[in-house]
Design a protein around this ligand. Sequence first.
Ligand code: GDG
Length: 487
Amino acid sequence: MSETNLRLLVVSNRLPVVISQAEDGWDVEPAAGGLVTALSPLIKKRRGLWIGWPGCGPEAPVTSLLQEYSKDAQFDLKPVVLSQDEVDMYYHGFSNQTIWPLFHDLLGHCLFDAENWSAYVDVNRKFAEVIAESIQPGCFVWIHDYQLMLVGHFLREMGLDYRLNFFLHIPFPSRDLFRRLPWKQELIQALLEYDHIGLQTVNDYRNFIQSVRSLVPEASARSYRRQSRVRYGQREVILGHYPISIDFHEFNSAAKSPEVADAAWYLHENLGSKVLVLGLDRLDYTKGLLERLLAFERMLEKYPDAQSNISLVQIVIPSRVKVPDYLDLKQLLDEQVGRINSHFSHHGWVPIHYMYRHLGREQLLGHYRACEIALITPLRDGMNLVAKEYCASTVDDNGVLILSEFAGAAAQLGRGALIVNPYDLESTADAIYAAYIMEPEERRRRMRTLRNEIKRNDVHRWVRWFLDDTPEAGDRKATSLAEHTTG
Ligand code: GDG
C-alpha cells in the first residue's frame, strides 16, 4: 500500500463542529477541543475524513452544510444521523449513565438498563455502517472514546479486515469495578477486535490488562516496556498508554496577547481579592465540585487571615443537563455557594465568584492568566486538560497548580503541582493555604517545572507516540503520518 493514498479516518461521537440555527439559515462553527487541535494538522494534510454525530436533529440540512464547511476546513466530514430516542438511550443513557460513572469509579451513579445497552449496540453498529461506506485500503482508522467501544467489533462482523485503532479518553476501571457491568464480556471481547488500543495512563493500562486476564482467559498477554501484546484468536492487539496533552505553544503565545493580558487585568481588578483561585470544569459529579467548595470553606475557617484576601472563581460549564444526576448537582452547587457566601461575605469581599456558563476563548485564557492558583480536584479524570492549559497560559510563572491525585495528569505533573486527595477536605484546605502563602521563588520553580513538562510532552507528541506504536510502526506508513503532526 503506497503511503500517498494513506487517508486518516477519525471517528468520534461528535463531529468537531457546532451546527446552530441562525436568523437567515444555519451556522456551522468549528468546535473547540484538544482532539480537534491534535488531529487537525494531520487530517488536513491527508485530506482526511471525520465521522460523527452532528449534534443536531433531522431539521438541519446536515449533509449540504457539512459539504460546504469541509471546503474551507480542508478535511471532509460525514454525519451519523441519530434519532432523539437514540441520543437519549445510547448517549445520555448507556454512555453517560452507565459507562461514564462506572469508569470513573462512581458505582452509585450507575444505571444498568438493558434497553439503553441495546440502543448502544445499535448505534455502534450504525457508526460501523457509515464507516464501512467510506473505508478503503490505505485508510488509517482511529476511533475515539467510550461511546464507540463496539464499533471495531461490528466492522469485523461486516468482514472488514482493516487495521483499526482506538483511544479511550476516560479512565479504565479496576477489574473489580468492571466486573459489575452486566455486559462486561461483550464489551471486553469487542475491544479486543481493535488492533491497537491506547489508554491515558499506566494505571488504566494495567486495569485493562487485568480485566482481559480475568474475563478472557483464552487471550495471552505479553508485556514489553511501554506496551503489551495480547494474542486473541488469530489477532494480536497492541495496548499502550499515551497521556493526551495540549498545544503548549498555542496557549503560551495566545496568553501573551494584549487582549488576553487586558482581560486578565480587568478580571482581577473587578473581583477585588488579592489572590484568585480558579476552578473551571464541565458540570460533572466526577470533577469534585462539591468537595472543592467544602475544602475552600474549611480553609477559610481554619486560616482566618486568608479571609478578605482570597476568593475562589468557580466557572461551571453547562453539560449533560438531560441527565438527572447533573441537574441535582447543579442545584446542590447553587445551594452550597449561597450558603458559604452568605456565611463569610462582608462588605467589599465575596469568597466565591460562581458562574454557570461557557467562556469565549479570550475569557478562558484571561481567567487562566488572572488567577494565582488553580484548584483542580476531580474525584477521577482520564487526564484533565484544564490543568495543562492553566500552566501553559501562566506565562509569568506566577501560579500554583493544586491537582487531584486521581486526575490522569497527576502522573506527569506531580513534581511541580501540590497533589491532593479531593476526598480529604482537611489536607486540601491546607494545600490551598500553602499555595496562598507560597514564596514567589518556590512558585516560579514549580511552575517552570510544570511548563517544561507540558512543553516537552505536548499534543503533537501524543499523536506521534500513538502512531509510532501502531502495528506497522517503524515502516514508512506510520512514520510518514507522524511526520506531519507538528504541522
Ligand atoms: C475528556 C476526559 C480528558 C471547557 N470549558 C470551556 C472550554 N473548555 C475546554 C477546556 C479543555 C476542555 O474543554 C475540557 O477538557 P478536560 O480534559 O478538562 O475534560 P473533559 O471534557 O471531561 O474531557 C478528560 C479529555 O477528554 C481529553 O482526553 O483529559 O479526562 O474526561 O480543553 O479548555 N473552552 C472554552 N470555553 C469554555 O467555557 N473555550
